[in-house]
Design a protein around this ligand. Structure first.
Ligand SMILES: [Zn+2]
Length: 502
């Protein structure tokens, strides 16, 4: 301020007293403005991150790349903010920014589901290789829907199912039709779709495929490989348990899926020694309290047997249609009692606030429960007290940008509620929820959307990436190793990206 004043004096000589006061006022205003700017930034979720010189250099380069990209879309009159993910996907893929983000280590994917991992194209190609795979090609009924897949023994094929390979070979247009039936796309931001009804149909179509043990093993290996390829080192799956089976052996106990998954992770270690997996036992918000009690008992039993694999418990499904979290109060009390009795902790990872309505109050329960991570939390911004508590309790919101747009909670991505959370200091991580259903693989697309539409910088990207390990359910020792590995990968990425973007 003093220097400014001196310049003023040098330029104009000694001003009159009145003019002098004006200058002081002006400077004070500017000072206050700068202070406010700093104070706002200090409240953000990434305020504690200090960038290295190399990171700052990369930040400047990425800023320029985004600026160029936006200028180019502007020049071409592309209505970037009124297009759905599905519409801009080719644009993302051809962007320079996407290439960089693809090489960025992502840390962990904390929010994904067992039915949403491996892509539809792979699913059809792999399923048809099994001669025992069939597809339902009749109109929907109470039991089956058109395009539903399943494995059946010869002579035990339910009415309405036809052999998948034969159907694909004899009906030229069927492959594309089936492919579309396995995906949920928001073709544009204007047309009407009953998203959750369509969404749940996508899962029903592959529900019978996943428990078939030979297919199960291929499915998860493919899902993990896709993630590892996109530089995701750790995965936590909201996992719906089902008994695996095959035709030689029949049904296997629930534990089999865990030991099989452990074997698949071991297989992954050959190419990705750092790769790790945790399962969050998931049940459904449309079940009654008694059924949830039984589900919790199974979850406790499995956690006791596999404490390093089962990290906690969640309830999924459309929040607008299912029961509230509050509805299960009795279950949460029981959960605490079991923990006291057995010493086994069962942290909750509840989906809460996947909604834009203030009448959905699931977010209130989160601060009262042992729930370290929140699935979605979109309407948290309408509950300021809860937001304050969630910050104080150091809980993390798992944000899934693309999922939120496809399921109709957000249209123009610039208005995603996560921006409010981030600037208010609520910790978040970036997730893909059900990438296979939305027609993509990996985590790069979600990071791209966040970086472009939320005007993020390298500081924010770094914090989001490291949050995904710091708030993971890896145990202390695993976390330490994972952070070390991530640090090395991150520094390597910054160095290479800086070189390439020269
Ligand atoms: Zn989810």
């Amino acid at each position: 301020m003093m220097r400014k004043y001196l310049t003023y004096i040098l330029m104009l000589g000694f001003p009159l007293l009145g003019a002098q006061t004006k200058v002081v006022e002006k400077s004070t205003y500017q000072e206050k403005w700068t202070l406010l700017d700093t104070e706002n930034a200090a409240m953000a979720f990434d305020a504690d991150v200090k960038l290295s010189d190399a990171e700052t250099a990369l930040d400047k380069k990425l800023f320029q790349i985004r600026k160029q990209f936006l200028a180019e879309t502007e020049k071409q009159h592309i209505p970037l903010y009124n297009l759905s993910f599905n519409e801009i996907k080719p644009l993302i893929e051809s962007s320079k920014l996407f290439k960089v983000i693809q090489t960025m280590p992502k840390g962990g994917l904390l929010h994904t589901h067992s039915g949403g991992l491996a892509n539809a194209e792979w699913l059809i190609t792999t399923a048809r290789k099994y001669k025992e795979c069939y597809v339902y090609d009749q109109k929907d009924n109470d039991k089956y829907i058109f395009g539903q897949l399943g494995f059946f023994e010869n002579g035990k094929v339910p009415k309405g199912f036809v052999n998948l390979d034969q159907k694909l070979s004899s009906d030229a247009g069927f492959e594309k039709k089936l492919h579309d039936l396995l995906l949920l796309k928001r073709d544009n931001l204007c047309s009407y779709t009953d998203y959750w009804i369509e969404f749940e149909k996508r899962f029903q179509r592959i529900n019978l495929l996943l428990p078939y043990r030979p297919f199960f093993k291929e499915y998860y290996l493919k899902g993990f490989q896709d993630l590892a390829k996109d530089h995701v080192q750790h995965v936590e799956i909201r996992y719906v348990f089902d008994e695996l089976y095959d035709f030689e052996h029949g049904k296997y106990p629930l534990e089999k899926s865990i030991t099989d998954l452990q074997d698949i992770v071991k297989q992954m270690h050959q190419s990705n020694p750092q790769f790790s997996l945790k399962l969050i036992y998931s049940s459904f918000k449309f079940l009654d309290s008694d059924s949830i009690e039984k589900q919790l008992e199974i979850a406790f039993k499995l956690k006791k047997q596999f404490p390093d694999m089962i990290s906690g418990f969640d309830l999924v499904a459309d929040e607008a249609a299912g029961n509230s979290i509050n509805f299960y109060q009795k279950n949460w009390t029981k959960l605490n009692e079991i923990t006291k009795k057995t010493g086994i902790e069962m942290p909750l990872f509840l989906h809460a606030g996947e909604s834009t309505s203030v009448f959905n109050k699931n977010i209130l329960d989160i601060t009262l429960l042992n729930n370290q991570r929140i699935g979605h939390g979109l309407n948290l911004i309408y509950f300021p007290k809860s937001m304050e508590l969630i910050k104080k309790q150091n809980k993390l919101v798992e944000v899934s940008p693309i999922s939120n747009q496809i399921l109709g909670y957000v249209s123009d991505m610039r208005n995603h509620p996560a921006r409010v959370l981030l600037s208010n200091g609520v910790q978040c991580s970036i997730n893909s929820d059900d990438p296979a259903v939305y027609g993509y693989e990996g985590l790069s697309y979600d990071f791209w959307m966040a970086y472009v539409y939320w005007e993020l910088d390298v500081k924010a990207l770094k914090k989001l990436v490291f949050n995904s390990i710091n708030y993971s359910s890896l145990n202390k020792n695993e976390k330490k190793q994972a952070v070390e590995a991530l640090n090395t990968q991150w520094n390597d990425f910054v160095q290479k990206a800086n070189q390439e973007l020269n």
